[in-house]
Design a protein around this ligand. Sequence first.
Ligand SMILES: *Cc1c(COP(=O)(O)O)cnc(C)c1O
Length: 390
Amino acid sequence: MTLSTLTHLECGKCGATYDAHQLMNLCPACGKPLLARYDLAKAAQTLTPAALKTRPANLWRYEEVLPVQRDDARLMLGEGWTPLVCAGTLGNEIGCPNTLIKDESLNPTGSFKARGLAMAVSRALELGAKEIAIPSAGNAAGAMSAYAAAAGLKAHVFMPADVPMMFRVECAQLGATVTLVDGLITDCGVKVREGAQQHGWFDVSTLKEPYRIEGKKTMGYELAEQLGWTLPDVIIYPTGGGTGLVGMWKAFDEMEQMGLIGSKRPRMVTVQSAGCAPMVRAFEEETEFAEPWQGAKTVADGLRVPAAVGDFLILQALRQSGGIAITVTDEEMIHYAKVMGRHTGIFPAPEGSATLAAQIHLLEKGWIQPDETVVLFNTGSGLKYAHLWA
Ligand SMILES: *Cc1c(COP(=O)(O)O)cnc(C)c1O
């Protein structure tokens, strides 16, 4: 058995609680995302900075605050504990020397989607799922296919027909059944729901099951641990479904409750593409939820999410943190990918370079001060996007 202190699931909206030891998707009462809750007082007894020093260099090191109960249900391909790179040369170039890059491209399947899907698929395996399904415009599908293969579960992937070749090929090579759908990720989601009803597939869509966010929140734990149990002034995060942002925000609260950090929080920044920016619009209009974005179009496949189930959680985290939401153009993403590459040695996905473009805009506006510590999330590798760089 792991040291997991999972106690129950709680709806992020209506607060209804549920037994955690059953397969669940959205809250049956209100249709919003369920969040995992832990006995943090108990977790704090063993999850200490000293204990962590001897633990493996992957995300399972935070086992007290992860949901998986059985050691043998943990699917391990090397996910997590990615480097926090001091990007001093880049920082000097742009006038913000304390710029750091959390390089998530080193995860299995080349993106941080591995964190969420390692957790979701491990937990689905533990709770008896036989076949799993996902709608994805890119990296999530590859990560899901990898962990399904590791688990010996059948995987069904639904992708928009215009998805770049590498994303599709990766899933097929990893043994998933890939169906191309004429339309957007939301149309793919409809297909997954049909399959779930007809064939009993378990749907591992973003925030439609409670555990991808638990995998993604480990980015928050790692950031704090790698910074000696402090947090940066600003975190810039390319936001699609928002699991990473909401997950880190949850992690900071858990860490504070366990006495690992204090009450200081980073200002959280959401970056979206000008071609699909539902969160930026909702942030600016000060609404609780985000209206779906019509005609979503961007080369950053991870940001082509016209409607996010966790919209209210993203907006809450941005507002509580004193953060902001901004757009950058696809042209900027392509341009700044090369700037990041040239000055750091990291070859980012366009979602990753979007954070650099955003940082530059926010420095110009005076929203970020030159002496502040800024963490950019390079959420994926540029390698799968060969079509963009040539
Ligand atoms: C999925 C994805 C994102 C968006 O992540 P969310 O946590 O869903 O907001 C950003 N970048 C890349 C490379 C992605 O694959």
